[in-house]
Design a binder for this molecule. Structure first.
Ligand code: ASP
Ligand code: MG
Length: 418
């Protein structure tokens, strides 16, 4: 069996959904699980609903939710004929669930409400698409993935309970041969049947979880780009497609901030040696990129730029060396604040830490480190990382840049600049 994943861009309007059905006409006879995200920017819209609700602006929340409702009803209306009423009644059930909650007053933490509200994006999109595929002669089963993906209650970044999820897959999916299952990415549920989400862009990860448990032959992530590129084409018009990558290379790219695939996706596939294909739904015949266990050779320089970086200069207060004790204390703070530094450099009596400029985190970090270090913060920086760099590209990309921190290993160069 195979796993396909379509993200928000792949299903963001009527034409894209029709396109998806046309594309799947060729897969009718296959044993296939299709993981789908919320339509277009629905997740962002639902985040706004959750924020308004939590801020006590009930009317605003309901109004914002109404926009989401209308969009989905309109899409269903355009796409469906015979199955419209059945679909509408499913949609109504999901709407009611959210509206019910919106009429309450928040008494739990924000992240809990976020997940209960935001999860409906995927439920709505998959209902419409599943019905439309059935109407177009592509027989499929719709499954509420919350009956399968079991997680803990770490809302907004829930962790999968693999044993329970495996059991649920065996019970609900094992019988399926030569048939198509349509289900949601990004969402799951706790043992208490509370909805959870796996982190933004988490649908890729859902696809990998199913593939791992079912020993799938491959996972295909259908995107609006032709392939994985060696740089973001918006900033680098000469960016090149990469046809073949190893899991090792992909995980490094994700680590340095390339937004190709959700980083959690890689491990479940690597562990079972399941190849990951990135292909373009606008041109399914195009080659795309294959990511697998094989070592990637002759890679071009891979360029990643992260904007909005902050640099913390920490200097030991009493001129004592920065040894293992202060560093251990620092890492303790990172772990407590869930901070992932992008670059660290230590000197005799100082440490420099580059991290994403998240005001809440930086203030807390500065405060917590204040016991041991004098802390200074510089903001508005950019971090350039180049894998497989060469002198030509370094000269070109570092030209006219005021560099504040530079690190090089054999494979990777990182430069933080103003
Ligand atoms: N709909 C979710 C998001 O926008 C999950 C995903 O697209 O993978 O983050
Ligand atoms: Mg998405």
């Amino acid at each position: 069996m195979k796993v396909f994943k379509f993200g928000g861009a792949g299903v963001h309007n009527v034409e894209r959904i029709q396109n998806l059905a046309a594309q799947l006409q060729g897969n009718k006879e296959e044993d296939l699980i299709i993981i789908i995200s919320a339509m277009g920017k629905t997740t962002n819209a639902l985040e706004k609903v959750a924020e308004a609700f939590y801020a006590g602006k009930k009317e605003d929340a309901l109004q914002l939710f109404d926009v989401v409702k209308k969009q989905h009803i309109n899409t269903a209306k355009y796409l469906l004929v015979t199955r419209f009423n059945a679909c509408l009644s499913q949609l109504m059930d999901f709407f009611t669930e959210v509206e019910w909650l919106l009429h309450d007053n928040p008494i739990r933490e924000f992240d809990y409400y976020y997940d209960q509200i935001v999860c409906c994006g995927e439920l709505l999109s998959t209902c419409i698409i599943s019905q439309y595929l059935n109407e177009s002669g592509i027989q499929n089963n719709w499954i509420d993935v919350r009956d399968i993906i079991r997680t803990d209650d770490n809302f907004r970044d829930a962790n999968i309970d693999w044993d329970k999820t495996k059991m649920a897959v065996d019970q609900l999916l094992s019988a399926s041969t030569k048939q198509i299952t349509v289900t949601q990415g990004f969402i799951g549920a706790t043992d208490a049947n509370e909805s959870t989400t796996l982190g933004r862009e988490g649908s890729d990860y859902t696809a990998a979880v199913f593939a791992n448990i079912l020993n799938a032959e491959s996972v295909t992530i259908w995107k609006d780009v032709e392939a994985v590129m060696n740089a973001d084409p918006k900033s680098f018009p000469d960016a090149l497609p990469i046809r073949e990558l190893s899991f090792d290379e992909l995980i490094e790219m994700a680590y340095y901030g390339a937004q190709v695939i959700h980083p959690k996706t890689i491990k479940p596939l690597q562990n079972k040696g399941i190849p990951l294909l990135v292909k373009c739904f606008l041109n399914p015949a195009a080659e795309g990129t294959i990511i697998h266990k094989k070592h990637s050779k002759n890679l071009p320089p891979i360029i990643v730029i992260k904007e909005q970086q902050a640099l913390l200069h920490l200097e030991s207060r009493d001129y004592s060396f920065v040894g293992e004790k202060p560093m251990a204390a620092l890492y303790e703070i990172f772990s407590h604040l869930k901070i992932k530094p992008n670059l660290i450099q230590t000197g005799a009596i100082n440490v420099q830490i580059c991290l994403d400029d998240r005001i809440d985190k930086i203030e807390k970090l500065a405060l917590a480190a204040n016991d041991i270090f004098d802390v200074q913060v510089e903001k508005g920086l950019s971090l350039l990382s180049i894998r497989h760099y060469n002198e030509t590209i370094l000269t070109e990309l570092l030209k006219n840049k005021e560099i504040v921190l530079l690190q090089k290993t054999k494979d990777t160069m990182q430069a933080l600049y103003r």
